[in-house]
Design a protein. Structure first.
Length: 356
């Protein structure tokens, strides 16, 4: 389904549009120098707040980039306003649209190498650095309790108790539940630290996959972090933990054979080195101390989400085979175990690259 003339006219766009990218949430098109998206309001129920968050942080980042003499046009997303000066357009069919400028001569990657991961990690750290003087509490929480790990645990416990699909009696489910229950005292570490103020509330990207980083097509140097829909107040530990988790597992996210799951130490060192190069100067000692733990925490959190969905009948995450969500859960939880075994090594890496 193409973008209607009504939407194009709202932005003064004349050129034809074609589908663009491989995103799974919003419908995306390209028209000349413009990226046009139909916002998925089933996922983002308050698009006004979503766009308010994006405008606030991109405006702040542009100012920082310009002050530092960097190319603000390529260093962050540039939202295009409608003819009546709005950051989004609500069409007559009640669907919401937004437009951004294309960051020219850029490329993103789905595969990870240590060299690329170093640059991506530098980018995620730079994203945090540019926003380090922005009060995260000024942002809307567009997806409530997204990284509320204790709440995720409560949801899992309720799903396991209800067992509406009669899946909880399986030995492999019981084993993972026993492991998660053994961690109950650790699950609130970051949430409690945020509440007590022992770590700062910052801007959190919340989807720090490597394909959300743009690189220059010719030099392959970092340009910008994109896909800002899930930007919310939170802790940089969530972003660090999730980016590390998604790029440093020796196995695929849904690997059935748990013996293949492990920590890729070469990738781990590249990631920590890149992140600390850009973020090491401003993060607090409390944040720094929790960086390795955050990887374990986010792996457990995602494992709990997969397991909850499995117990509730696979209603949230798309699956391609029977027991897919259980396999995902077991893989994440096994990775958490492997990270835990290597916490001391990761802590030494963090400390070593804090001194660079």
């Amino acid at each position: 389904m193409n973008i209607s003339k009504e939407v194009l006219d709202a932005y003064g766009i004349k050129k034809p549009q074609t589908p663009y990218g491989n995103g799974h949430i919003n419908d995306t098109y390209i028209s000349g120098d413009y990226i046009i998206q139909r916002i998925n309001t089933s996922v983002f129920k308050e698009p006004e707040k979503l766009m308010s968050n994006i405008i606030k942080i991109t405006g702040h980042m542009r100012a920082r980039l310009e002050k530092e003499g960097r190319d603000a046009e390529r260093g962050t997303l540039c939202v295009v306003f409608t003819k009546d000066n709005k950051s989004f357009f609500k069409a007559s069919d009640s669907k919401y649209y937004r437009v951004c400028r294309l960051i020219k001569n850029s490329v993103s990657y789905d595969t990870v190498t240590p060299e690329l991961l170093y640059k991506a990690a530098y980018g995620f750290g730079d994203f945090q650095r540019l926003l380090s003087d922005f009060d995260g509490k000024k942002l809307y929480e567009t997806i409530p309790d997204f990284h509320n790990t204790p709440k995720r645990y409560e949801n899992l416990a309720a799903a396991y108790s209800a067992d509406i699909c009669s899946r909880g009696a399986r030995d492999d489910v019981k084993r993972e539940m026993e492991y998660i229950n053994s961690l109950s005292n650790e699950l609130g570490v970051v949430a409690d630290a945020l509440e007590k103020g022992s770590i700062p509330c910052r801007v959190t990207h919340n989807d720090t996959k490597i394909n959300n980083v743009l690189f220059d097509r010719e030099s392959n140097e970092f340009l910008a972090v994109i896909d800002l829909d899930t930007v919310m107040p939170g802790s940089l530990l969530y972003d660090f933990g999730d980016a590390f988790r998604s790029s440093c597992n020796l196995a695929a996210e849904d690997e059935k054979d748990l013996s293949l799951v492990g920590l890729n130490l070469e990738n781990a060192e590249a990631f920590i080195k890149g992140f600390m190069r850009s973020a090491g100067a401003f993060i607090t000692e409390n944040e720094k101390a929790l960086l390795p733990f955050s990887v374990k925490l986010i792996a457990v959190e995602l494992g709990m989400r997969f397991l909850t969905d499995y117990l509730e009948g696979d209603t949230y995450f798309k699956i391609s085979r029977k027991d897919h969500n259980l396999e995902r859960a077991r893989c994440q939880l096994e990775f958490a175990r492997k990270v835990d075994e290597n916490i001391a090594i990761l802590s030494k890496m963090v400390e070593a690259y804090s001194l660079q």
